[in-house]
Design a protein around this ligand. Structure first.
Ligand SMILES: [Zn+2]
Ligand SMILES: [Zn+2]
Ligand SMILES: [Zn+2]
Ligand SMILES: [Zn+2]
Length: 262
């Protein structure tokens, strides 16, 4: 099935997924495009194959592809050494078949997630971008996971040069995005360890991490009371005596099951 010619510039390996993760492939040419064996279109188009195998066929108008198939189950190339190009993408009952009548160009380019630029990498001078809950460096691939709800600031850490973020955990803490440099957990612990009493015994709540950040009773395991530490800032007291949190979309009790925070 796999007879990829892939032209001068492309080296695909039959039966492997290596080329699938290697970047964005672009073919430009006069193509005949057939969808589900029926709808046929022909024109000078650009065919884009993404690393997840999503195929987009763009003609010259508008933003919408003339044809596409998102993350197909299978993608095969049937090429020949004379540089002609054909591709079949199949997903369930959907099938996209593209045959080149004439080639204008064929190439492969690096691809990454696009994200909001948030500064410059202090290690390599590359661009730092925020995408999918993390800040990553475009150049050296260093990755800094962000706590949920954190906002990256236009200021840098005086210790390491990475951007600072603001994260709300009881208070709005401003700290480095690199947890090796500055730990949000220890900032929360400094602020709230022993700060609140356990509602079920005379112990204090400690700030501990057990998978997630918790406010848990110091008398554990005799008392098993523990609350996962909410995002948001403390906003007075709940009717039950525990702290209430302003989460940005409502007020809630430290105890997620309590309904008296109103
Ligand atoms: Zn870097
Ligand atoms: Zn730092
Ligand atoms: Zn307790
Ligand atoms: Zn409450």
């Amino acid at each position: 099935m796999w007879m990829m010619s892939c032209s001068r510039t492309l080296k695909y390996e039959a039966g492997t997924t290596r080329c699938m993760t290697a970047g964005m492939r672009v073919f430009a040419g006069d193509c005949t495009v057939t969808e589900d064996g029926e709808r046929e279109q022909r024109g000078d188009v650009v065919v884009l194959v993404k690393p997840d195998n999503t195929v987009l066929v763009h003609d010259r108008d508008g933003y919408q592809p003339a044809a596409w198939l998102t993350r197909p189950e299978s993608l095969t190339y049937d090429g020949t050494t004379d540089g002609s190009f054909s591709l079949t993408a199949t997903d369930g009952d959907s099938r996209l078949h593209i045959v080149a009548n004439e080639e204008h160009g064929l190439a492969r380019y690096p691809a990454s997630n696009a994200g909001t630029p948030v500064g410059t990498c202090p290690d390599c001078d590359g661009a730092l971008v925020r995408a999918q809950g993390a800040v990553t460096c475009r150049k050296c691939d260093e990755r800094y996971g962000l706590p949920a709800g954190a906002a990256v600031l236009d200021k840098t850490c005086s210790t390491c040069g990475l951007p600072l973020m603001i994260a709300e955990r009881g208070r709005a803490f401003t700290l480095c995005i690199d947890r090796e440099c500055e730990s949000l957990d220890s900032r929360v612990r400094e602020a709230f360890d022993h700060e609140w009493g356990c509602p079920d015994c005379d112990g204090d709540l400690r700030i501990v991490r057990n998978g997630q950040l918790l406010a848990g009773c110091e008398n554990y395991p005799d008392c098993e009371t523990a609350f996962s530490f909410p995002a948001g800032v403390v906003d007075g007291e709940c009717g039950c005596g525990l702290p209430a949190f302003d989460t940005g979309n409502g007020r809630r009790c430290l105890d997620a099951t309590c309904e008296r925070a109103g």
